[in-house]
Ligand binder design. Structure first.
Ligand code: PLP
Length: 318
């Protein structure tokens, strides 16, 4: 078992020189071990941050300056656009584009999401890496089990570790993977966006079962997506595979509210990627950006028949 080292300081060596670890804002053993494990999975290096959002903020602030523009995949995680809007007062701009085609000219960073949450579109990675700007792929939803963006020529992969990599809804954490993260590491130390050891230890635990969890969730999600598509109360289903995440539409906002509050096994809660199934209407957070009847479902590790029975009884209340 990996040890959890909560120290913030480690003694200098006998000559009075700092060893590898001396103050935890710079680096710490449990975090470094989790970073090595995730880097190996992504085919590069990895750095952890206190949340996925913290990872995104650190990455754009370290790469870009005032007057720069990010091309952001339309329909990507709502909070990423909110983060970029928040940075506007420092002169950072973003434009949205359809990630199934090439990014627009004249941008200094391309930001993709594979697949996007909650619209589940997949980016055209080939078109994006042909663009002169660096490319970030938020691969929170596909995980390295199904997608290793660096192998496709992307410059950075980004994760909300809070989701599948942690996998148990008990660790808030983010990560960036890349080929050479020395500058980002310095930026992290100097701005203090440094991760704590406890969630890093939970990441190490989560990685042990990542492959088994994600493959089982994908298999279950395939079954659920097929059954949903045949249900008379379901208008459409978005499910590209690649994880346990899907979204589907019922008639309207009232129907969505009825379904999400009628499940018993599936928790009516936000987030995704944990061992427990969760479902929510995204309209409450994203407003008219999503259809009022859209429900996002993150399939957990419960038996497929139990998840389906719960969904079916909730849909029959509409
Ligand atoms: N990226 C995606 C695809 C997400 O779904 C989320 C969170 O929902 C984030 C990034 C942000 O991560 P965090 O909540 O860990 O800050």
């Amino acid at each position: 078992m990996e040890s959890l080292d909560r120290s913030t300081i480690w003694p200098y060596d006998e000559r009075g020189e700092p060893r590898e670890f001396y103050y935890s804002r710079y680096a710490s053993p449990t975090v470094a071990e989790a970073e090595r494990a995730l880097g190996a999975l992504e085919g590069g290096e990895a750095l952890l941050f206190p949340s996925g959002t913290g990872a995104a903020t650190a990455l754009v602030l370290s790469l870009l300056g005032p007057g720069d523009t990010i091309a952001l995949a339309a329909g990507a995680y709502f909070g990423t656009a909110v983060t970029f809007q928040t940075l506007a007062k420092w002169g950072l701009h973003y434009v949205e584009f359809d990630q199934t085609g090439p990014p627009p000219d004249g941008v200094q960073l391309v930001w993709l999401e594979a697949p996007s949450n909650p619209f589940l579109t997949m980016p055209d990675l080939e078109a994006a890496v042909a663009h002169p700007a660096p490319v970030v792929v938020d691969s929170t939803v596909s995980t390295p089990v199904y997608l290793r963006p660096l192998e496709h020529g992307a410059d950075f992969a980004l994760h909300s570790v809070t989701k599948y990599l942690g996998g148990h809804d008990d660790a808030l954490l983010g990560a960036v993977a890349g080929r050479d993260l020395a500058e980002l590491h310095t930026f992290r130390t100097r701005t203090g966006i440094s991760p704590a050891p406890d969630p890093a230890w939970l990441l190490l635990r989560g990685l042990k079962t990542l492959d088994a969890r994600v493959r089982r969730q994908t298999e279950t999600a395939q079954t659920i997506a097929h059954r949903l598509a045949e249900h008379p109360k379901v208008v459409s289903v978005r499910y590209p595979g690649l994880s346990g995440l899907m979204s589907f539409d019922v008639a309207d906002g009232d129907a969505a509210r009825t379904v999400e509050t009628s499940t018993e096994l599936i928790a009516n809660a936000t987030s995704l990627g944990g061992v427990t199934s969760v479902m929510e209407s995204r309209h409450r957070w994203e407003g008219d950006r999503v259809p009022a009847g859209l429900l996002r479902l993150s399939v957990g590790l419960e038996p497929a028949d139990a998840i389906w029975a719960d969904l079916a009884q909730a849909l029959n209340k509409v």
